[in-house]
Structures are given as C-alpha cells and as structure tokens.
Design a protein around this ligand. Structure first.
Ligand code: NI
Length: 166
C-alpha cells in the first residue's frame, strides 16, 4: 500500500472526462487499495481516480464515523435521482481548505461494479448521495466549485492560489 499524491486545481487531469474501467485486474485493484489508504490519510470522505492522476471511472468513499465502511465504486451510473434537493457545505482534497454550499438531488439510485466486477444497485440519500455525486463529477472533469456562481468561484480560486503560493 502507498499514499498517493493528490492533484490540486488547476491540474489539467482534473478537467478531463475519465475512461471506463475495461477490466478490473490486479493493477486496478492495487490502485483502488492505494486510493483508500490515501483518502483515509488525507483525511477525506471520498477520492476519485482523476484526483491521483488516473483518468478512469472509479472512486472510493467512506462517510462512516469509524472509517470502517468503505465503498469501492467502478463505472458508476446514476439511474434515478429525486426532484428534492439537499444543500451541503462541500470541500474537496483537490481544492484544499475551500468550502461552499452546493445544491444536489437529495436521493439517487446508483448502478456500479464492485471490486469483484459484480453489478450493484444501491439507493443513497443524505451525505452519501452528495458524496457519490461529488466524486462522480470528478469522473466528468467537474469540481464542486463549478457548481457555484462565477463570483463565488473566483473568490475561492483566489484564496486557493494564495494558499498554494504560500
Ligand atoms: Ni473532490
């Protein structure tokens, strides 16, 4: 296992649309296990492969208090989302120390492959639904700051640049 380097805005990989995972081989499993370790170490509650420079459609997350309920999610697809929305204050390991309210569907139904390649369908709401949607955005080159008004986004980016230069 290894702690991987987390890429930060404005790294170009973070803007790319990631490719589907064709085969869940040992290399992919090793990356996912390292992603989990990196996420716990950061610490964070979610990490998508583009954030460690691998433009593939896979992510890990764990919103449990004791950090003992990891999800490994490969080739995810949202097959239903609610009209009702939720607002959470979001942050991102690729946009360190910046936080803002983001509006997203409150409930989703998600189809994905687990680490054994088995198709899973789950329903998620609350923080889990928000976290899944945030991480899935990374697979499409979207960051949480892209959901904000231009004014708010420019403000966060300015603060982030200052932090990165310090
Ligand atoms: Ni993020």
């Amino acid at each position: 296992m290894a702690i991987l380097k987390i890429l930060e805005y404005p790294h170009p990989v973070l803007k790319q649309k990631a490719e589907p995972v064709a085969k869940i081989d040992d290399e992919i499993k090793k990356i996912l296990s390292n992603m989990l370790e990196t996420m716990y170490d950061a610490p964070g509650i979610g990490l998508a492969a583009p954030q460690i420079g691998i433009s593939k459609r896979m992510l890990v997350l764990d919103i449990s208090e004791n950090k003992d309920n990891p999800y490994i999610i490969i080739n995810p697809e949202i097959i239903w989302k609610s009209d009702e929305v939720n607002i959470y204050q979001e942050g991102c390991l690729s946009v360190p120390e910046q936080y803002a309210d983001v509006v997203r569907p409150e409930k989703i139904k998600l189809k994905y492959q687990n680490i054994d390649g088995k198709e899973q369908i789950i329903e998620a709401d609350g923080l889990l639904a928000t976290c899944i949607q945030h991480e899935m955005d990374h697979l499409n080159g979207v960051l949480f700051i892209d959901h904000l008004s231009r004014l708010k986004r420019n403000m966060l980016v300015k603060k982030l640049k200052k932090l990165q230069e310090a």
